[in-house]
Design a binder for this molecule. Sequence first.
Ligand code: ADP
Ligand code: MG
Ligand code: MG
Length: 204
Amino acid sequence: MKLDVNTVIDWMKRTNEKMQENKSYLTTLDQPIGDGDHGINMARGFQEVENKISQGTYETPADVLKDVAMTLMSKVGGASGPLFGSAFLKLSTAVKGTDTVDGELFAKALDQAAAGVKQRGKADIGEKTMIDVWVPVAEALKEEPNFSAELLEDTAKQAMENTKEMLATKGRAAYFKERSQGHIDPGSASSFYLFEALSDVIKE
Ligand code: ADP
Ligand code: MG
Ligand code: MG
């Protein structure tokens, strides 16, 4: 896998498509264990990302990722904006100065991103949040730096599905206590779409 500036731009555009396509599904997931706005938040955020990056000229992957982070932080209300924003900011910092990001560096960057989300959200794995997708994906890619698009997608999908039985202890879903069980975490689903979009782009 190699990510250059154009691959990262394509990744963000593909992510935006997926967030628009799955906007109502993501909102449906946020209804029983949240406030029913996750699809709206993600669709708005990634539309703003697409608008922003289509106006800019970028030299490196880090430049794009930084604008993605800033846009999500400033345009998304709700917990997910700063959390996804922190993830992208860490990705940007981790790949700074590199024109072409290989699998090994990307795995390290994801590791940093997952750590950034943990820090920002004061949460850890097993609390039924987006962390439960970011951490397993980072771990899988660290173990296999020559990872395939399929490994990326399958790992993210399985991780998202694993959140269904978890009990939420952070974020709005935590208010639902035991009733949070039996529902996929919305932020894990949007994180899955993000990684599915990357998988699509690296397959091309
Ligand atoms: P809000 O809950 O403010 O309405 P969203 O609905 O957009 O924001 O996003 C909710 C998602 O954010 C959750 O499904 C979860 O994945 C993630 N999340 C919420 N709180 C935290 C936290 N403290 N740490 C990590 N992720 C969190
Ligand atoms: Mg919500
Ligand atoms: Mg909200």
